[in-house]
Design a protein around this ligand. Structure first.
Ligand code: SF4
Length: 571
């Protein structure tokens, strides 16, 4: 039987019950949206006692379905003021699923500055432990201390000092399956600070020897559908070869060529440092130093897009070094040194900050002349200011919009208060439509689409953005985006295997419409929350400079009218 755990932080109560039926056919992002719309006042203070922090597993968690053990965490965001869900791989979801715990709801906050760790013990029972000694620890040191107590095989979701200090760009870090280090990030929206506001430093999941029983309508048919989908993944060139070899960095060759790669604070220029930070250099550095690509960030993932990146001496530096980090801190800041970027990523994972928000924040600092574009040492010094808690470091900790306003910058690349990820919307127009209209704000999980600079088919881009946003919102209920590539690319029939798996798991009739209907339900809940929080159609817009300034590389502007954007997700 699947379970829900509720932790009430003002009195230390821990309760575990059976999962209500209404929560069974939603997962991850959809489940976060469901609980938040039902239980949280959208006008609440994100760091106050009324907000709740939701840890949710997917609809197929624990079944062995590829990438089905992804973890989502959500809350009202201190960065956007709206609903937020961030998701990550790592080993946390798989271990939690073995205990059949699908949902953890963290409520209220302690009356003092006490710090706690929630332990899901090997016997399956949750226990809240006072942990003031861990306050202020970076995530790497914290995980080592927790392993010394609970063993090497645990999973950890934790915050670094940034979350404890209420930084609006703070993450929740998760232990990576391949390395055991806390290098996977639930990165966006500042949810680390919500965890910090509740006095919760970490959740530890101890392994259990016996896997909890999972209910199936028809287990044999589920196994057949799962096998069929695994075959689809193994036949798809992106999921079986390109991503395994180059990870998410495989995207840089495309975005660099089309101008979608953000360059020098989203200037729209062509990047001149692609040879220094592109996929081939990345691959070369990894293999020459004894690092690895082809790593599974969560147990059982057949795509294995993760990596281990060593320094020049062959010592571990970071893992899960991704396109978004290199795009934002590299190309967007014109820093042509992968090792410097990897060092900044390691600092960010340890301190607990979002590298997308960070890269955009450093970009506006460069635009303001606080440091020069390309100054990698200067960028690292700014991260150190955040860690040291200097006055400017604390301003940076409130994100790109706050930093840009403080510095008087006019070109601030944010939507709903959140920095754009690694795609310039003038040169990837369908993606730009998604960044403008998603209830998540500009987010890399919204769904990237085609639509290059010269594409005049605006209606097509609007329709495509809606379709992809719905598809990705659905996928965000049950697996990793990268495992869903066959659904939207060459193997359209693959959705039939997903529908068959759902029918075999939950019973009843399932088809493509019902699978993607989960995405519509999720988006409707999210939009409902945001409307009640005060968002209007005016918030579904990109910053003005994308409309006014043509990309020097392509001549394109973001030329969608308010009426055209209003056609996206009209519910
Ligand atoms: S595809 Fe990549 S990010 Fe997704 S679960 Fe597998 S290794 Fe992790």
């Amino acid at each position: 039987m699947e379970k829900i755990v509720r932790i009430t932080m003002n009195n230390g109560t821990v309760a575990m019950d059976g999962l209500p039926d209404i929560y069974k056919t939603l997962g991850n992002r959809g489940l976060v949206a469901k609980v938040l719309t039902e239980e949280v006042d959208p006008t609440c203070d994100p760091l106050g006692e009324g907000n709740k922090l939701i840890f949710a597993l997917g609809m197929l968690a624990g079944t062995g379905f590829p990438t089905g053990n992804r973890l989502s965490v959500g809350a009202k965001s201190p960065l956007t003021g709206g609903i937020k869900e961030a998701n990550s791989g790592g080993n946390f979801g798989a271990l939690l699923a073995r205990h059949a715990i699908k949902l953890i709801v963290v409520e209220n906050k302690p009356g003092d500055d006490s710090s706690y760790v929630l332990v899901i013990q090997a016997n399956g029972l949750p226990k809240l432990v006072k942990a003031d000694a861990y306050a202020g620890l970076g995530s790497y040191a914290l995980v080592e201390k927790l392993k010394a107590i609970h063993g090497d095989k645990i999973a950890v979701a934790c915050i670094g000092p940034a979350g404890e200090r209420g930084y609006a760009n703070s993450t929740i870090q998760v232990t990576d399956n391949a390395t055991g280090h806390p290098s996977r990030a639930l990165a966006r929206g500042g949810i680390g600070s919500v965890m910090g506001s509740k006095g919760l430093k970490a959740i530890v999941v101890e392994p259990t020897k016996t896997r909890a029983e999972i209910d199936y309508a028809d287990k044999e048919k589920f196994s057949q559908a799962m096998k069929a989908y695994m075959e689809v993944l193994s036949r798809n060139g992106v999921t079986s070869r390109a991503m395994t070899l180059f990870g998410t960095m495989v995207g840089m060759a495309v975005t660099g060529k089309t101008g979608a790669l953000p360059v020098r604070n989203f200037s729209g220029e062509r990047s001149t440092i692609l040879n220094d930070i592109g996929a081939h250099k990345f691959h070369q550095n990894i293999y020459q130093r004894g690092g690895k690509t082809g790593q599974a960030c969560q147990p059982g993932c057949p795509i294995k897009c993760s990596n281990i990146y060593n320094d020049k001496d062959g010592n571990y530096l970071t893992s899960g070094f991704e396109y978004e980090t290199v795009a934002l801190i590299g190309a967007n800041c014109d820093i042509a040194d992968l090792d410097q970027l990897a060092r900044i990523e390691r600092m960010s994972d340890d301190f607990g900050i979002d590298t997308i928000e960070l890269g955009a924040t450093i970009g506006v600092c460069m635009e303001a002349g606080k440091l020069a574009f390309g100054d990698g040492q200067g960028a690292q010094a700014l991260v150190q200011e955040m860690i040291d808690g200097t006055e400017f470091g604390r301003i940076m900790g409130q994100g790109t919009l706050a930093t840009g306003k403080f510095l008087g910058v006019k070109r601030i690349p944010t939507v709903k208060g959140q920095a754009l990820p690694g795609y310039d919307p003038r040169n990837s127009k369908g993606t730009g439509v998604g960044f403008a209209t998603s209830p998540m704000g500009a987010d890399h999980t919204v769904g990237t689409t085609s639509g290059a600079a010269g594409d005049s088919n605006k209606i097509g881009r609007v329709q495509m953005s809606q379709k992809v946003q719905i598809a990705y919102a659905a996928v965000d209920n049950f697996m990793c985006h990268f495992a869903s590539f066959p659904l939207t690319s060459t193997h359209k029939y693959a959705v039939g295997h997903i529908a068959a798996a759902m029918a075999a798991k939950f019973g009843g009739e399932w088809d493509e419409q019902k699978v993607f209907g989960i995405g519509i339900e999720t988006l409707m809940l999210e939009k409902k929350f945001n409307r009640a929080a005060g968002f209007t159609a005016k918030d579904d817009r990109l910053p003005q400079f994308f409309y006014d300034e043509a990309s020097p590389m392509t001549g394109a502007t973001f030329d969608f009218t308010d009426e055209e954007l209003a056609q996206v997700l009209p519910f």
